[in-house]
Design a protein around this ligand. Structure first.
Ligand code: GLN
Length: 505
């Protein structure tokens, strides 16, 4: 490769999705060149980062060529025309290996596209491949992937968050300008926080779950991940919308998040600091950057007040009853009969034995742990004491949010209690792993929306810190307005964006 080609490629992989879309539409560059630059980057760095489980180079080039043909023909272009995207491996893509990070689905090629996949294709995005994740989206570090962990581009000895660590690391390593994640308890926001990227959990019901391999159906929600707020809004808008094939899909109005991202006006807004999501248990540098971000908001003319959400203290406990209960039911379909792996099918075993052998070989420890927990919590005699109680707590948390949003427009907190921890550090201590999501889980239980965006590096370890913004259901536009305002004030004060500081791989 010539030197000018190398610098052009570096410029391409560091570009925002919106700049790439504009350059492609204006014929300054072809989607094929943009796609090739990202495929080259994946080839260079993904052996170390392991953000992708499957790279569909051929398919991506074909999609790029199709966009370039449209550009040449002068056709009207959809919003993400020609822009490369990474797709979390929990969404089905027709003919492309889809594993949800589990060995039990190894070799399965779905016969259909998830609605999210269809929407990406319809928006002109070029799907580069499937990103790594904790098995069935269970985890906060991507170490529970059946295919080996993803590493954090800021420090390869550290975790990129989970379960969508692959989607977040692909952004921070400049392997893709946009990626799709899912957030059941924080799996878009916590990875965004520890990789210095942006991620949104949309309001439950706004992104279709059709073709999303279910973990906990009442909590799961697909959503956008990007390197800045405006890009994330573009992808959000492309993914959201009513879908007849998902009975929980919202059929009403959707806010314009792209317009909101450009608005950046928090003057006179009321912002609530959640008392229960701060203080003890939060790393000093995380609290420091959080306090500074709050100061940015007041400097921009917002009014900041403290708000108490007393039932948030019980969110983690309720979540770890509701999630395993739903997961134990959802994962029952992986029986060795219909999809992927089958063990012991040698004529010497009964069907039940084949199911048992397949599950034993195909599920990892965390999946087994949650299936057992969920089966226990749902068993007769315990149902009311565990699952029933947890559902009541869920209602109380939703009421805390409702009461808070009577007083304020949005709530804020740190996204995660700490910066990225070392690989292996929490692997033997499930509860320590679960605690990463204390601040993100309440939103999933109540069904409203939240965003994480980078607000600086913690002084003690030089690693990214995230700010969580939470808004009422179907007020996702507020996240982008407030997030855009904070981002632009911080980037102005730093003189560059945070992600440009990620150490070169
Ligand atoms: N870390 C949480 C869990 O393990 C969140 C997972 C998710 O959002 N998919 O359940």
């Amino acid at each position: 490769m010539s030197e000018s080609a190398i610098s052009l490629n570096t410029e391409l992989i560091k570009s925002s999705a919106s700049a790439l879309a504009a350059a492609i539409a204006h014929r300054e560059i072809s989607s094929r060149e943009v796609t090739d630059a990202h495929l080259d980057r994946i080839e260079q760095v993904d052996e170390q980062v392991h953000a992708f489980l499957h790279v569909d180079a051929e398919g991506a080039r074909a999609q790029a060529d199709a966009v370039d043909a449209k550009v040449a023909a002068g056709d009207e272009l959809p919003p993400l025309a020609g822009v490369p995207v990474g797709l979390k491996d929990v969404f089905t893509q027709r003919g492309i290996p889809t594993t949800a990070g589990s060995r039990i689905l190894e070799g399965w090629r779905p016969p259909y596209d998830a609605t999210v996949t269809t929407k990406l294709k319809g928006s002109g995005a070029v799907i580069l491949g499937k990103t790594n994740m904790d098995e069935f989206a269970m985890g906060s570090s991507t170490e529970h992937s059946g295919y080996g962990p993803t590493r954090n581009p800021w420090d390869l000895d550290r975790i990129p968050g989970g379960s969508g660590g692959g989607s977040a690391a692909a952004l921070a390593a400049f392997e893709a300008p946009l990626t799709v994640g899912t957030d059941t308890g924080g799996s878009i926001r916590q990875p965004a926080s520890v990789t210095g990227t942006v991620g949104t959990k949309p309001t439950y019901g706004s992104v279709s779950r059709f073709g999303l391999i279910a973990l906990a159906s009442s909590l799961d929600q697909g959503g956008p991940c990007g390197r800045n707020v405006a890009d994330t809004a573009l992808l959000h808008q492309a993914l959201a919308g009513h879908d007849e094939r998902d009975s929980t899909s919202w059929a009403g109005e959707y806010p314009d998040v792209v317009a909101a991202a450009a608005k950046r006006d928090v003057k006179g807004m009321k912002i609530g600091l959640v008392k229960e999501l701060s203080g003890e248990g939060y790393q000093a540098g995380v609290s420091q950057r959080f306090d500074e971000a709050v100061k940015v908001l007041t400097d921009l003319g917002a009014e900041v007040v403290e708000v108490s959400c007393p039932h948030f203290d019980y969110a983690l406990a309720a979540y770890y009853l509701i999630l395993p209960s739903e997961a134990s039911s959802n994962l029952a379909r992986f029986d060795g009969m219909r999809f992927g792996l089958r063990e012991g099918d040698d004529g010497n075993h009964t069907v039940e034995q084949v199911m048992g052998l397949t599950r034993d070989a195909g599920f990892g420890d965390e999946a087994k742990r949650r299936i057992i927990l969920g089966t226990y919590a749902l068993s007769s005699g315990y149902y009311d004491a565990y699952y029933g109680q947890a559902q009541k707590v869920r209602t109380l948390i939703a009421q805390d949010f409702a009461a808070a949003f009577d007083q304020v427009d949005v709530l804020v907190s740190p996204t995660a209690p700490t910066t990225a921890f070392k690989l292996g550090e929490k692997l033997d201590d499930p509860v320590a792993m679960y605690l990463n999501d204390v601040a993100t889980i309440p939103v999933n239980l109540a069904g409203n929306c939240a965003m994480s965006l980078p607000i600086g590096l913690a002084p003690e370890d030089g690693l990214p810190v995230g700010l969580q913004i939470m808004a009422p259901s179907f007020a996702d536009d507020r996240l982008y307005n407030v997030g855009g305002a904070v981002e632009s004030a911080l980037v102005d004060s730093w003189g560059h964006d945070l992600i440009s500081e990620v150490p070169a791989l």
